[in-house]
Design a protein around this ligand. Structure first.
Ligand SMILES: [Zn+2]
Length: 227
């Protein structure tokens, strides 16, 4: 059998996403993964990342289905990037990187990392103040904002991530891949293309409003304005 004849496995792997406090494992197909990379490239661009940028990525291995595509998007943009765990224990690494080097973007900031910075007695302004773009998950966004910083939304919505652009007018979902609806204030997510996991009006636990007008940044993808 030649290499060309070896069939590609149908699954890329198993990912996980969160709905409220519940962590749900889900299968990720090879084709899903390829399209998630396309979505990630749009997300990276929405953060203004280009070949001269340096980014710090905060994520967990259990989030590889979301963050490996982000890393590929960063590689394709030719940006430099560093990685730290999005955990309380590893918060010292985030502080160390940001003290040692200038980063244009820190993405994936979560409450666990902020808790870890609290443990270390580091003020958020001292740690993050030098980075022009702070892309923060729900919970962390509010804490950074309350500390006087100006974060952008980096919103986990089921298995995808919505990203706020420089227009700062809600977080973009990749509309080629996902249809977004809101019922009783909760964001519902539907996959436009077949996926290993069928996603049809998934109740994401994310509270927000849907904005469908095209954005000042040029993207026509729907936006979620968290509430
Ligand atoms: Zn935009």
């Amino acid at each position: 059998m030649t290499t060309a004849e070896i069939p590609k496995p149908a699954l890329w792997g198993v990912g996980s996403f969160r709905v409220g406090d519940e962590v749900r494992p889900y299968p990720v197909g090879q084709d899903d993964h390829g399209r998630d990379i396309s979505s990630s490239m749009k997300a990276v661009k929405s953060l203004g990342i280009h070949g001269e940028s340096r980014a710090l990525v905060l994520s967990m291995l259990s989030e590889a289905a979301q963050y490996w595509p982000i890393q590929i998007g960063l590689l394709m943009s030719q940006a430099q990037f560093s990685l730290a765990d999005a955990s309380r224990f590893d918060a010292f690494r985030t502080a160390m990187f940001l003290r040692a080097m200038h980063y244009d973007v820190v993405l994936g900031i979560n409450t666990e990392v902020l808790d870890g910075l609290d443990d270390l007695g580091h003020a958020y302004g001292d740690v993050f103040g030098g980075a022009p773009v702070l892309a923060a998950r729900a919970g962390a966004y509010e804490r950074l904002r309350d500390a006087g910083l100006a974060p952008r939304w980096w919103l986990h919505v089921g298995p995808t991530i919505a990203v706020e652009c420089e227009a700062v007018a809600g977080a973009h979902v990749d509309g080629d891949e996902w249809e977004v609806d809101v019922a009783n204030g909760e964001v519902l997510l539907t996959a436009r293309n077949p996926r290993a996991l069928s996603i049809d009006r998934l109740a994401t636990g994310v509270r927000g409003e849907l904005v469908t007008e095209s954005c000042a940044c040029g993207r026509t993808d729907p936006r979620i304005q968290p509430r």
